[in-house]
Design a protein around this ligand. Structure first.
Ligand code: MBD
Ligand code: FE
Length: 271
């Protein structure tokens, strides 16, 4: 099926789905105008991607695109808040960043052979302890809590950040809609990671915190159990001084695996 034909089919199906809703609910002229006004407002606010997220569409497309792949680290949606060009650095926030210091570390391996992968680029981003991403918070410096780093010769990485907070969908029409219909407006705490390496399929995913709030009712439904890891608290004075810290810190360990790009077609995963 070519692109035009897929578009025609898509328009047909959207029309049919909308007609079914109009008839089932007996939609009034006033409600239709309100719905169109709402969409215009969402567009104006630049929140159309966010609307696709909370309607569950982004996760459904991600699962269709990457769900059949049984090898390597599971994917999760990129979300609306990625910014390319983050600084190359292993500490992605200020020394005195609000929140609990957290070292995230692990290894990246070849999903087919288990061999460690040096030179993998990790592009990471997250919200600050106040619950906002840098670009929506005038208190944070440009590119705060965003950074890129490479795995070393052993395929290992370690980055310094703060423990991410649960995240409320930003103020605006999408948040208001969720509030009005009594739906959860929060996402669980998460760290976004994009991994890339020559010869491997790039992987975009998110890491979650075991036992955290909203793991079971993520407003966009993006949580996967295998993307959840445990925070460990460290308050031993010797350890603190070794890290040059004057307050307890946390560690979070997560290992990634990337799928070789060549082996994908021939892998025979049934798709
Ligand atoms: C987020 O922080 C996010 O990561 C996604 C995917 C959607 C809304 C807010
Ligand atoms: Fe996010």
């Amino acid at each position: 099926m070519d692109g035009d034909e897929r578009l025609r089919l898509g328009v047909d199906r959207v029309s049919a789905a909308l007609l079914e809703i109009v008839e089932e609910l007996g939609v009034t002229e006033h409600e239709l105008r309100a719905a169109l006004g709402f969409l215009a407002e969402v567009s104006q606010a630049g929140q159309l991607p966010l609307l696709a997220d909370v309607l569950g569409v982004s996760v459904a497309v991600d699962n269709l695109t990457h769900g059949a792949q049984h090898q390597g680290t599971a994917s999760s949606v990129e979300g609306p808040f990625y910014r390319p060009g983050a600084p190359l650095r292993a500490q992605i926030c200020r020394d005195d960043e609000p929140g609990d210091v957290c070292f995230v570390s692990g290894r990246v391996t070849d999903a087919a052979t288990g061999a460690p992968l040096p030179g993998v680029l990790l592009d990471v981003w997250q919200a600050g302890a106040g619950g906002k991403y840098e670009h929506e918070d005038p208190e944070q410096p440009d590119y705060n809590l965003r950074g890129r780093l490479y795995t070393d010769e052993e395929g290992s990485y370690e980055l310094r950040t703060v423990v991410p907070p649960p995240y409320e969908i930003p103020q605006g029409p999408v948040n208001r809609l969720l509030m009005t219909v009594g739906r959860n407006r929060f996402r669980p705490a998460h760290l976004h990671v994009k991994l890339s390496c020559q010869g491997y399929e790039p992987r975009t995913t998110q890491l979650f915190l075991e036992g955290g709030a909203h793991l079971d009712d993520d407003t966009i439904g993006a949580v996967k159990p295998e993307l959840t890891g445990r925070l460990e608290k460290h308050d031993d004075p010797e350890e603190l001084s070794r890290r040059g810290l004057d307050r307890p810190f946390f560690t979070y360990a997560y290992d990634f695996a990337l799928v070789p790009s060549a082996s994908r077609e021939g892998a025979g995963d049934g798709s």
